[in-house]
Structures are given as C-alpha cells and as structure tokens.
Design a binder for this molecule. Structure first.
Ligand code: CTP
Length: 402
C-alpha cells in the first residue's frame, strides 16, 4: 500500500536510531521511496553509510550545501514528499519543532514542509514525563502532527515506562493508514468533545462528568477513514487524539467561537457535553466566605452550538450530528431534541449513573434520523465511533451522488 509513496525520513539522535535501518528496509519492501535526512547527533548512533546503503539514496545532512541547494533546495526536499516521518523523534527535536526553530537541516525541513508530518518519539521515560516535553506534545498535537507511539517497556537506559520508539512494523502500519485514501479523504469534519468549565471565580468552576472518551474515539475513527478532523475539546481527561487538529477550550462560549471558526466543514459531530448555563457574572477575584451569608449565583444561558450550526442558512455542514445525553425516556426526548435543534442525526444514550456510560469505556446508543430510531447493542466507545464514522462516510457519499 506504500508503493510509489515518497517518505522523507528524518532520523534524530537517539539510541533508537538503530531501528531506522530495519524501518527503511520495511518501507522499501512495500515499494516506498525513502529519502533520509540525519541530524548530527543521529550520526553518533548509525552511520550515514549504512543509512544510504539501505535507502538506496544519499543521506542529506547539511543545511548549507550549496551544490545540493543548486540541484534541490531544502524547501523543495521537504515538499516533494508525500509524508515526513521523524524517527526517532528525540525530546530535543520535538522541542525544536514545537518552538518553530530552524537551525539545522532537519528542523528547517520540518518548518518548511507543507506535507503531513508523523513522529515516532523515543526518549528516556523521565524525559517523556517532563513537563516541558508534555507541553511540547500538546503543541505538536494541536499543530496536527501525527504521533506513533511511544510504547511502554524496558528501555536501553535500564528504566521502564513510556518512551520506547514503536517497532518498525508498527510505524509502517501507521504510515499505511495515513497514506491510504479512505472514504473520507478530502473531507473536513468538525468534532466537539469533552466537558466545558464555566467559571464561578478564578479558582472555582461548574463542570460535568464527561471524560471526552467518545468524542476522542470519533475523531480517531474519522481520521482513520482519511478525514481532516478539527477537534475542539473542553478540559477532558481522555488523551488527545493524534493526527488531527486539536483546539483546546475551557468554556461553552470559547467552544462556540472555536466551532464557528472551524467552518466550513463537510460534517459536524457535536459530542461535547456543553454546559447549558454559565454564571452570569463570574467574579474576577476569589469569592470569600462572609459570616452568615451564602453566595448567590445567577445564571445566564450559553449559546447552543449544535442548534446554531444546524440552523445556519449559509455554510451549514452537509451532515450535522448531535448527541443526546438523557436519563429518562431516552428515545422520546432525543427524537424531540433532533427536531428542536435541527440536526440530521442524534446519537442518544442513557447516562443514568447505573449504566456506567458517562466516564466509562462502553456505550449503548440509539441513532435517530429521518429513518427512525436504530438501537445499537452495547459496545466499546471505539466500536461506536467506527460504526458512526462508517455510516457518516456512506451518508456523505450518498449526498454527493444524489
Ligand atoms: N450542545 C451544544 N451546545 C450547548 C448545549 C448542547 O452544542 N450549549 C449539543 C451537545 O454537544 C449535544 C447536544 O447539543 O450534541 C445535546 O446536548 P444535551 O446536553 O443532551 O442537550 P441540551 O440541549 O442541553 O438539552 P437538555 O439539557 O434539556 O436535555
């Protein structure tokens, strides 16, 4: 499936660089063309000679190589590829990417490229867990970089934990998924996810129990079918999906703004548990206890993002999908909600505490559309997401052909 695909492979300087030799072999076995770039540090771990022998091409190493600049400038080198793969992506390389530095060939290529970038991180577990790396991961994810791994396991340094580079075959599989055209290739889809936090004062807020797991799984399923996903998430517990454009927000009003800014889109899936109300005037300073008195909170209604986007006369996505979190009369309430909001589909679920759905890993949903109510058996949130993404792809294809 990689036949004819051009991969620009940037090899960072870490012990896992040795795995690149096997990786290059695996990629070439599948018909990919691999153009290798090595950082100075990478050359301490594997020799340019071995890399170029396996790639069947010379290794690019220098930013200021005027002969090469005349033949193929570094900007061009980064653009002719179908995908840029950074493996191993060291903590240092990731920090440079997150900061937008361009002070050697690898970082300059990464800044200059307009093709998708996937990175396979590899580093010591403490470096992975370090707040600076965690900050950089967030930035890179929201810049739309695809992450492959890292895996958890024994490390060359003798420690155990996340930070081991994915195995060559896992990297190959991730590239195949990314580069194979799927039914949603060329489609842009907005997904909202997670809870919102509505401030009371600088330290307190009103929230809900949404973990963001279902929205995250949906974003990943859409990505796997080839969609370009814009993922607007509130402060959710679930790890952010990789390979999608992540926009972090806190409140319903911020989510409202970000969702509109993400349009136009071919479809919108509104999986977020948006707070219906906010505190009308959040206090700018911490509310203090006063003897005998209790604070009185006044509420104001938040904008209904789903209803607004469903009812846009101009720029409405072709398919708008809402969720209905209900505790009673699930189908009746959700059917009425679909009509009230003006969306095409409602994915209804029973979030009564006894179901364990909110915050859990499974979901039992009823899909409500023009065709009526379709009950799906209880299944993992990942399966719900895959089934929904598949149905959405079929619907968009039908809409195009009719
Ligand atoms: N929703 C939204 N903006 C809001 C409230 C809800 O976009 N301000 C979306 C949710 O993302 C979900 C759908 O509307 O897709 C339904 O959310 P739900 O909380 O079930 O419905 P509500 O409109 O809040 O109605 P109620 O609380 O009365 O059941």
């Amino acid at each position: 499936m990689l036949a004819g695909k051009r991969i620009l492979l940037i090899i960072g300087g870490g012990i896992a660089a040795y795995k690149c030799l096997d990786l290059i072999r695996r990629l070439r076995e599948r018909g990919a063309d691999v153009t290798p770039v090595m950082t100075r540090a990478a050359e301490e771990f594997v020799t340019p000679l071995s890399v170029s022998a396996l790639a069947g091409q010379e290794v690019h190493r220098d930013l200021f190589d005027l002969t090469k600049e005349a033949e193929m400038g570094h900007i061009n080198l980064s653009r002719v590829a179908d995908l840029v793969l950074v493996a191993p992506a060291t903590a240092d390389l990731m920090a440079k990417m997150a900061a937008g530095l361009a002070n050697d060939l690898a970082s300059t290529l990464l800044m200059a490229t307009d093709t998708p970038v996937m990175i396979a991180p590899a580093m010591n577990v403490r470096m992975w867990d370090h707040p600076a790396t965690q900050r950089n991961i967030k930035t890179l994810m929201s810049d739309g970089m695809g992450f492959i791994g890292p895996n958890e396991g024994d490390m060359a340094c003798g420690e155990f934990g996340p930070g081991r580079m994915s195995e060559p075959l896992e990297i190959v599989a991730a590239l195949e998924t990314r580069l194979t055209a799927g039914p949603l290739t060329g489609k842009r889809i907005l997904v909202t996810s997670g809870p919102t936090h509505e401030p009371i004062d600088p330290v307190r807020y009103i929230a809900n129990r949404s973990s963001g797991a279902q929205g995250t799984a949906i974003a990943e399923a859409l990505r796997d079918l080839g969609a370009e996903v814009v993922f607007v998430t509130g402060p959710a517990d679930a790890a952010r999906p990789t390979g999608v454009h992540v926009i972090e927000v806190e409140s319903a009003r911020e989510m409202h703004k970000a969702a509109h800014a993400a349009l136009p889109a071919d479809a919108g899936i509104f999986a977020a548990a948006v707070a219906d109300w906010r505190v009308a005037s959040a206090s700018a300073s911490k509310i203090k206890k006063t003897k005998g008195g209790l604070p009185v909170l006044e509420f104001a209604e938040n904008p209904d993002i789903l209803a607004e986007i469903s009812q846009l006369s101009d720029g409405r996505p072709a398919l708008v999908v809402g969720f209905a979190a209900e505790t009673d009369d699930v189908v009746e309430n959700a059917t009425a909600k679909r009509l009230r909001k003006g969306c095409d589909w409602i994915v209804a679920n029973d979030v009564s505490p006894s179901t364990g759905i909110m915050g859990g890993s499974e979901n039992a949903v009823v899909l409500i559309s023009d065709d009526g109510a379709e009950s799906w058996p209880r299944m993992g949130k990942t399966e719900v997401a895959r089934k929904l993404a598949q149905k959405l792809a079929e619907k968009l294809a039908q809409a195009l052909s009719s």
